[in-house]
Structures are given as structure tokens and as C-alpha cells.
Design a protein around this ligand. Structure first.
Ligand code: COA
Length: 506
């Protein structure tokens, strides 16, 4: 029964245990593994590798599409096997190791990594480990719930290990659109003109002789940990939906808005949920990760088509979608992340990109990755691929974090992921600032009036007014620009009065 999933009969004698397959991985190797936003990762071989590490220490450079599920980043970190990790993660144990300098983390635009592999700017994987639902007659690999970087890893690696996960329905076959761009500079334009275009094939085309091992597994993907919208995220969604309606009324956006992209996490998911109660119809998505909100919108008849590179769902939504995958076949496609996030396509399609900031400053620079400028949270992910090239680049965040100890709007961001030049609209629970066509001094006033929490509004206005006295196109008090962050580290709050009252007591 299992063997039927290996339709190329000559490959059936490659079946082995995860432990045997892990022996292909040697100390110092670069390993390319499937997995994107905790979906479709190879599961058994990395676990076996971590076990092996306990007896026989080895270090690898691990490349994936994005984050791994089933605690694999934690397990691999604890086993000590990660020397380098790229291009994204969300795991608390790995995060700690990165911030302690124990694992070298390369935080990179998600569309860019395979382009660098193609040009040998990065070391190509020695071994690729790819989760699949089946291997075709030709020996091609049919991925599961994510495509991520799997196709190029398999093409570029010397050896390929396939993990066939029998828990995934073989009906997933047909969902994927595997297109691999040719080499530059003779590459022709990418032939994708519409969200629902299919331009590639349904399986990863590699010579079957590259497959050195096949392992059967039946471990499910991790469920999404995204929480339901709360008052703040619902308020953010409300501001954004009103703004989008107005853009349509003004004739600046088509009635169905054009293709939408939504970032990872609670806030982006809640914003998409906000569209459920709106009048918008015939919506489409050209995004990276497809979360619960995508399928809620499809089920409500609001979303006509969604293109992504992975699907990660809550327990509630998981069986609803994957037990009825045929019902979604004509509404869904999964592509390599190089295609889902490709700047050429993002610009061509006129995407509305909604991504989340940790903090932004009064001029519109955005920090999505570094807490207080030094500690890595997750990584930039695909947010830069979209923000830079979108028709409209929107960043959302709650106006305050950690019960008000942190203002998400600060004088100067402590790390820059998206510069003011790539940011059009900022939204918090307090309101929305449309920065298009505004000079820095105008931007600052709009951001302070519309986005800052009332507890911090006076403090930020005071900073801005005093900076304006000193002058400049983008006024700043350089010696004070990070005082909010310094105060947070010293006194646990960005409220400067707290510092003054502490200082006066000393
Ligand atoms: N300083 C420190 N911590 C902050 C903060 C700030 N300015 N703003 C938020 N946080 C904390 C929150 O308190 C929360 O902490 P907790 O997990 O201990 O509760 C955590 O960051 C996550 O915040 P939350 O409000 O739940 O937002 P989220 O789940 O939507 O995640 C990002 C927000 C920015 C971390 C997440 O979207 C991300 O990693 N983005 C970068 C990558 C990206 O955009 N990818 C998508 C491209 S398609």
C-alpha cells in the first residue's frame, strides 16, 4: 500500500529507515530541507540526525524554506547540530541560541536564497530532504503542504532523501505549480500574468538516480498557533477595511482591490479576518503563507483564488480543509517561494501587501525583526520581497506591547528592515496614517496624531517639536533618539517620566 506511493518502480528498493537515511549527512555538510512556516517539513530524518548527534557530534548548515514545525528547530538546536541556519525561524530555543551567538543565523529575503544558490554565491546543499505525498513514474517528487525552497534544493543537491508522509492525502497531487526560473542574464520574463496562472509542473523534476533514500512517515504538521482576533487587532482591521473602501470609492483601487498578500502571525491573520465582514467580493490572494483567514474567506464566497507557497492551519481548520481538499483544488495553488514572493510578479500584479511591524518610527521606518535593536525575533521573512514592490505597502502593529511598557511607535527604530521609502500606510489600533506623498515632517505629524497610543502621544510630539527646532529634512535629536529603548532596558518601560521619577529618588 505504502509502496504504491512510489510510482517509479526502480526506486522502491531505496526505502530505508530514518536512521539509515540520516547517515548520508556528514559533519560540515550543507543540508537543504523542506518546510515553510511550520508546514511540510521533513520530519523523521532530522529527528534521527539529532539522535545521532548525541553519540557522534556533527555540525551542519541548515537551509529551509522558512520555519519548521514539530519542534524540529528546538530539537536540532538542543542536539548541538546547527552551526548555521537560514533564512527564517520562529522557535524560542533556536532564537535564544542565535541571540547567544551559538548558531549563526542568516536572516534573508525569502525570495532571494535560491537565486544565490543558483549563482553559487551560497554553497549548494550536499543533501536535500524533502517531504512528499508521492514519487511519480518519472521519479519526480510531489510535495505536501509547502513548496518553499524544496524544488531548487532537490535540483541543486548532490543527493536527495524523500520522506513520503502517508498521513497526507495523495489528493494533494495537482495542487502545486513548480516553476524554476532559468539562469540570468538570459532569463526571459516570468510568464505569470494572473494570480491563478499555472506555469510549471505538478512535481519537482529531478533525475530519479539522485534519490538515495526514501523514508515513510505519518507524523502530522504542527497546528498553527495563531490566536483569534482581539479588540486591538479587530480595531486595526476596521481602520484598514474603511481605508480600502475609500480607496475604491476614490477610484484608486479596483473594486476587488487587486491581489492581497498578508504576513504571518496573529495581527495579519486578524486583518484578513476583518475582510469577512466587509462588502468586498471576488478577492484574490497572491501571498506566501495561507492561514485560516484564507479559507474562511474562500468558504464565505469572498475569496475567488489564493496562491501561496505553504498552508498552515489551526486544528479547527486543518481537517476541514485537508479532508476536503478536492473542494479547494480550483481555488488554490502552491508555488516555490521564489515565485510566490518574486519582486517581478509582485510589481506586475499590483499587490496590496500587509505585513507586521514590531515597531515603526515617526517617519515610517519599520523594524520587524530585532527587539530593542539587537535581539532577533523571527526574521524578515518575505515582508521585504512584498513591501518594496507592492502597489501599496501597509504595515500593521498594536500601538503598545507588554501591557503598555512598550510603545510600538518610537522616535527612531532600533533596527531598520523596511525603510521609509518602502512604506505607504501604517495602521495601529489607534488609527491609520497614509504617508503617500508626504514629506518627513508631514509624515511625523500624521503618525503621531493617528497611530500613537495616547499614553505616548505627548512624549513623541515633544520629541518631534524639539527636533524641528534643531532643523533638518528629517528632524532628530540624535542623542535622544534611542532614549525610549534605553529607558525600557534600564527601567522596564518606555515612559520617560518613570526614568525621571526613579532618578529623582536616587
Ligand atoms: N518590542 C518587543 N516586543 C514586541 C514589540 C516591541 N516593539 N511588539 C510586539 N512585541 C511582542 C509581543 O508582545 C508578542 O510577545 P509574546 O509572544 O511574548 O506575547 C510578540 O512580539 C508577537 O507579537 P504579536 O502582537 O502577537 O504579533 P504577531 O504574532 O502578529 O507577530 C511579528 C509580529 C512582527 C513578530 C511577526 O509578524 C514577524 O515575525 N514578522 C516578520 C516576518 C514577516 O513579516 N513575515 C511575513 C512575510 S509574508
Amino acid at each position: 500500500m505504502q509502496l504504491e506511493r512510489i510510482r517509479n518502480i526502480s526506486l522502491r528498493d531505496k526505502v530505508m529507515s530514518a536512521e539509515q537515511a540520516s547517515e548520508f549527512i556528514k559533519d560540515g555538510m550543507t543540508v537543504g530541507m523542506s518546510g515553510f512556516t511550520r508546514a511540510g517539513e521533513a520530519k523523521a530524518v532530522p529527528k534521527a540526525l539529532a539522535e545521532r548527534c548525541k553519540q557522534q557530534p556533527i555540525k551542519i548548515n541548515l537551509m529551509t524554506g522558512a520555519s519548521l514545525g514539530n519542534d524540529l528547530d528546538k530539537i536540532l538546536t538542543e542536539s548541538g547540530s546547527l552551526a548555521r541556519r537560514m533564512p527564517f525561524q520562529v522557535d524560542t530555543t533556536l532564537r535564544k541560541a542565535i541571540n547567544n551567538g551559538e548558531v549563526m543565523f542568516i536572516d534573508q529575503h525569502l525570495s532571494e536564497m535560491v537565486e544565490q544558490l543558483r549563482n553559487h554565491q551560497l554553497t549548494r546543499p550536499d543533501v536535500a530532504i524533502i517531504e512528499a505525498v508521492a514519487i511519480t513514474e518519472e521519479g519526480h517528487i510531489v510535495p505536501t503542504t509547502s513548496v518553499g525552497n524544496s524544488a531548487s534544493f532537490a535540483v541543486f543537491a548532490e543527493k536527495v532523501i524523500v520522506e513520503i508522509n502517508t498521513l497526507h492525502s495523495d489528493k494533494l497531487e495537482g495542487l502545486h505549480d513548480i516553476y524554476i526560473p532559468s539562469y540570468r542574464p538570459s532569463r526571459t520574463p516570468l510568464p505569470l500574468e494572473k494570480v491563478d496562472d499555472r506555469i510549471g509542473c505538478t512535481a519537482i523534476p529531478i533525475p530519479p538516480e539522485k534519490i538515495v533514500g526514501i523514508v515513510f512517515t505519518s507524523t502530522p504538521d504542527s497546528y498553527s498557533t495563531v490566536s483569534d482576533p482581539d479588540a486591538e487587532t479587530a480595531a486595526i482591521a476596521g481602520h484598514l477595511v474603511r481605508f480600502l473602501k475609500d480607496e475604491v470609492a476614490q477610484g484608486r483601487l479596483p473594486k476587488n482591490l487587486g491581489p492581497l498578500q498578508a504576513g504571518i502571525g496573529n495581527i495579519a491573520n486578524a486583518v484578513m479576518m476583518g475582510l469577512l465582514d466587509s462588502d468586498f467580493e471576488d478577492l484574490t490572494m497572491y501571498s506566501e503563507v495561507l492561514q485560516d483567514s484564507t479559507f474562511d474567506l474562500i468558504d464565505a464566497g469572498k475569496l475567488r483564488f489564493a496562491s501561496g507557497c505553504s498552508v498552515i492551519l489551526s486544528e479547527r481548520m486543518n481537517s476541514k480543509v485537508f479532508d476536503n481538499i478536492e473542494a479547494y483544488q480550483d481555488k488554490l495553488v502552491l508555488r516555490p517561494q521564489e515565485m510566490s514572493n518574486h519582486p517581478e510578479i509582485v510589481r506586475r500584479l499590483g499587490i496590496i501587501a500587509v505585513n507586521t511591524a514590531l515597531e515603526f518610527d515617526l517617519y515610517g521606518n519599520v523594524n520587524s525583526t530585532h527587539v530593542c535593536g539587537t535581539k532577533m525575533m523571527n526574521g524578515i521573512g518575505g515582508s521585504g520581497d512584498f513591501a518594496r514592490n507592492a502597489n501599496m505597502s501597509i504595515f500593521v502593529t498594536k500601538s503598545i506591547a507588554k501591557n503598555g511598557a512598550i510603545s510600538s511607535v518610537v522616535p527612531m527604530v532600533s533596527h531598520v528592515d523596511h525603510t521609509e521609502h518602502d512604506v505607504d500606510i501604517l495602521v495601529t489600533d489607534q488609527g491609520l496614517a497614509d504617508l503617500r506623498g508626504l514629506a518627513p515632517r508631514e509624515r511625523a505629524v500624521r503618525v503621531i496624531q493617528n497611530c500613537v497610543h495616547p499614553d505616548y502621544r505627548h512624549q513623541l510630539m515633544s520629541y518631534f517639536e524639539r527636533a524641528c527646532v534643531r532643523g533638518g529634512h528629517t528632524p532628530h535629536l540624535i542623542e535622544e533618539a534611542f532614549s525610549w529603548h534605553v529607558n525600557l532596558e534600564k527601567h522596564g518601560t518606555m515612559h520617560l517620566e518613570h526614568k525621571q521619577s526613579c532618578d529623582s529618588q536616587q
